[in-house]
Write a protein that binds this ligand. Structure first.
Ligand SMILES: Nc1ncnc2c1ncn2[C@@H]1O[C@H](COP(=O)(O)OP(=O)(O)O)[C@@H](O)[C@H]1O
Ligand SMILES: [Mg+2]
Length: 237
């Protein structure tokens, strides 16, 4: 039996927001993600999906519990290492894109890390997402679908081992949504995707976790969970 750590191990994670000490937003959340695994994170509005993703990135500090990435415990001093392995696609691309052009946004993290192939890597990811024609555009003026792909490029260019995505298909028109799903499908790395999009889940994710009031209510094969009407209704879905 191998005892190698998983890509991600979460043990008994709890979290609350400042001032909300009495009500936990995440409560005793435990799960693991294996290399390359694609997992949907389903849950009604307010279930705690975004909070969980932000906590995994070390943006929100947990109240209790432990997060390990390839066996390294997430704490202040390991944060830079862990942020090289995890990438978060924010729910709102405007939170991700802040440079004057798409190209500068995409190359920003690489330059920050003094990656000497930055120019080549940035060009390659733009090409792969078929958005090279957008490279000199202002992110601010892009359509919702274009913004989403530009934000995804800025995350993927850093080659995270685990992509966290917060409702990536929300507000996209059908064509942009299909494009996004195709890109996510083509990724070899693990993904944890907060979403309400059952089409996206079924075409992308073998596994689905259901979060309800901060707790994991179900974790299993996506097809079975999406088909479990009673479970989904009891979780406000
Ligand atoms: N910055 C915040 N301050 C206080 N409470 C928050 C904050 N962000 C979210 N919450 C609360 O935490 C709970 C979970 O929210 P969230 O993680 O955004 O859920 P989801 O992403 O599943 O819709 C909700 O009750 C929400 O109101
Ligand atoms: Mg959310």
């Amino acid at each position: 039996m191998s005892t190698a750590p998983d890509l991600l191990d979460v043990y008994g994670l709890s979290a609350f927001y400042p001032g909300g000490e009495e009500s936990l937003v995440l409560e005793d959340v435990s799960f693991s993600v294996a290399e390359g695994e694609k997992i949907a994170l389903l849950g009604a509005n307010g279930a705690g999906k975004s909070t969980l993703l932000l906590t995994l990135m070390g943006i929100i500090e947990p109240h209790s519990g432990r997060i390990e990435v390839e066996g390294t415990v997430l704490e202040k001093k390991t944060l830079p290492l862990i942020r090289r392995k995890l990438g978060l696609l924010f729910q709102n691309p405007d939170d991700q894109l802040f440079m004057p052009t798409v190209y500068e946004d995409v190359i920003f993290g690489l330059q920050n890390n003094s990656v000497d192939t930055a120019g080549r890597d940035a060009a390659a990811i733009l090409e792969r997402l078929e958005i090279t024609h957008l490279k000199d555009r202002m992110p601010h003026n892009l359509s919702g679908g274009e913004k989403r792909l530009a934000a995804l490029a800025s995350v993927l260019v850093m080659e995270p081992r685990l992509l966290l995505a917060d409702e990536p298909s929300a507000f996209l028109d059908p064509r942009a949504r299909r494009r996004l799903i195709a890109v996510l499908e083509s990724l070899s790395q693990a993904c944890l995707i907060a979403t309400h999009d059952s089409g996206l889940i079924l075409s992308l994710c073998a596994r689905c976790m259901v979060l309800h009031s901060g707790r994991i209510r179900a974790d299993g094969p996506a097809a079975a969970i999406i088909g479990d009407r009673a479970l989904l209704e009891s979780c406000g879905l």
